[in-house]
Design a protein around this ligand. Structure first.
Ligand SMILES: C[S@@+](CC[C@H](N)C(=O)[O-])C[C@H]1O[C@@H](n2cnc3c(N)ncnc32)[C@H](O)[C@@H]1O
Length: 235
């Protein structure tokens, strides 16, 4: 493991859900309906991932995207800070019979890519774990892993409502998406996300991506609380 200065962010103390608890990981996997094999397969196709490519999935979770990417024959690195998440993903990968997927217990700020530069870095629903200063550090590290013209795909809970409307926007969002206990993410889960994690505004993310050396080819603010970015490394 590399050594970092005493002021460096400690990725092992995560806010939010305890992703080291196998039971919570299983609940997570059931609730995370935005990440089914079918949806991830569609994203793999949209990105144009194929057998000749190398892909890094940062914050890979229970592995649905990494497995679908590896099923194309691409060489895939699934990175997650949580061993319980990786174990869940490894079991799925074994069942799916994928052979080109490697797992690494590491984080946005600690993963050291030992191989050649990669064609794609993907991160979905994970970057919000970092405060903004450290998101910028993560973007710089991601740019350093990519080939020139390599693709960075980011999706997360990212806000695009007018800042002055933040109270009503957050309340409306939680009202719309929260499910009763046992049926998915509850109001308490979303409240905790806003209170303790670090989702931020799209205009902040766009400025950081640009300063990290990415061209934003497409930014989609599908809802006021969710965004995705297709970026190309330009430097
Ligand atoms: C909400 S899940 C998203 C998983 C998956 N990408 C998806 O779209 O379903 C967030 C993941 O980020 C991981 N994580 C938390 N902090 C991290 C860090 N600093 N570096 C990398 N992964 C981290 C968690 O263990 C968890 O698996």
């Amino acid at each position: 493991m590399p050594t970092f200065p005493a002021w460096y962010f400690d990725e092992s103390t995560m806010a939010g859900i305890d992703f080291e608890d196998a039971a919570q990981v299983a609940v997570y996997d059931r609730n995370q309906t935005s990440s089914t094999p079918e949806k991830e397969q569609a994203l793999v196709t949209r990105l144009g991932i194929a057998a000749e490519h190398t892909v890094i999935d940062l914050g890979a979770g229970t592995g649905n995207f990494a497995i679908q990417a590896a099923l194309t024959g691409a060489s895939v690195h699934a990175i997650d800070i949580s061993q319980a998440m990786l174990t869940n993903a490894q079991n799925k990968a074994q069942k799916a019979g994928v052979t080109t997927l490697k797992f690494h217990q590491a984080g946005f700020l600690s993963y050291e890519h030992q191989d050649q530069f990669v064609d794609f870095v993907v991160t979905k629903n994970a970057l919000h774990i970092l405060p903004d200063f450290w998101k910028m550090a993560a973007f710089l590290r991601i740019a350093a892993m990519l080939k020139p013209n390599g693709v960075f795909y980011l999706r997360d809970v990212i806000f695009s409502f007018p800042a002055a409307d933040y109270e009503a926007s957050i309340n409306d969002w939680i009202k719309q998406v929260a499910k009763p206990a046992g049926e998915g993410w509850t109001a308490k889960d979303f409240e905790m996300h806003v209170r303790e994690e670090h989702s931020t505004y799209g205009w902040i993310i766009e400025a950081m991506l640009t300063r990290a050396g990415f061209e934003i080819v497409e930014a989609n603010y599908n809802t006021p609380t969710n965004a995705e970015y297709f970026c190309i490394k330009t430097i």
